[in-house]
Design a protein around this ligand. Sequence first.
Ligand code: NAD
Length: 246
Amino acid sequence: MQGKTAIITGGGSGFGREVALKLAKKGVNITVVDISKENGEETVRLCKDLGVKAIFVQADVSKVEDVRRYVKETIDSFGKIDLFFNNAGISGSGVKTVECSIEEFNNIVDVNLKGVFYGLKFVISEMLKTGGGVVVNTASLGGVVGIPTLGAYSATKHAVVGLTKVIAGEYGRENIRINAIAPGTNETPMVMAYPKEAIEQMAESVPMGRLGQPHEVADVVCFLLSEESSYIHGAVISIDGGAAAL
Ligand SMILES: NC(=O)c1ccc[n+]([C@@H]2O[C@H](COP(=O)([O-])OP(=O)(O)OC[C@H]3O[C@@H](n4cnc5c(N)ncnc54)[C@H](O)[C@@H]3O)[C@@H](O)[C@H]2O)c1
């Protein structure tokens, strides 16, 4: 993977940072995209410490002009995009669907669905110009089963799975390889912000009896972005300690 270029959205934290560092260790140059300047710049610093080139683009993935900008700045800096981890996303407030405010529903759709679509639209357009590339979209356990009290989140993650499958059918022959991951509950900052009892309950409900660690997701993402997975295309890979099996 030495010398390739990757864009990672949500690269300032959680899975995004973990994947950025793993790819940097393999010699991949990185564009970190995040709404948080502080966290994004910290990931860039950590990547540079590993000896690769890295840039930060502060962007809100739900804003189409921001997405155009992170693509343009990557091309201006590195000349091409080989790998895309389309990962930024937000959760919900944990209320039943009819109690979900219109504002919250729209906000989750804007980030988790429109943000993923804008990224696919502009990144794949560039990949097609340079002979192809590899994409991993972050869906969720909530993208393969319904999670009560996370209606908007589950709906958008099912939509990410749908987009992944459609694009697999549309662009596989043009050397675009695309897959989605469906992580269960992992100990990222997003999840560790929940109350302690809720975290314990979540861990108990998993067949393996524990939550996942971000590096267990990052290992799979890096495999899917690498040539080792060269015939995996249009797949939704569960990384959930068996949660989707129930
Ligand atoms: N943590 C889990 O257990 C879990 C499980 C399944 C799926 N996921 C998904 O994994 C992805 C990453 O989650 P994480 O757990 O690493 O969370 P995280 O909160 O640690 O990281 C998410 C990053 O995305 C950034 N971000 C949020 N909204 C953004 C926006 N509009 N534009 C740009 N950046 C934005 C945040 O600033 C943050 O740095 C999300 O799509 C999430 O839905 C997480």
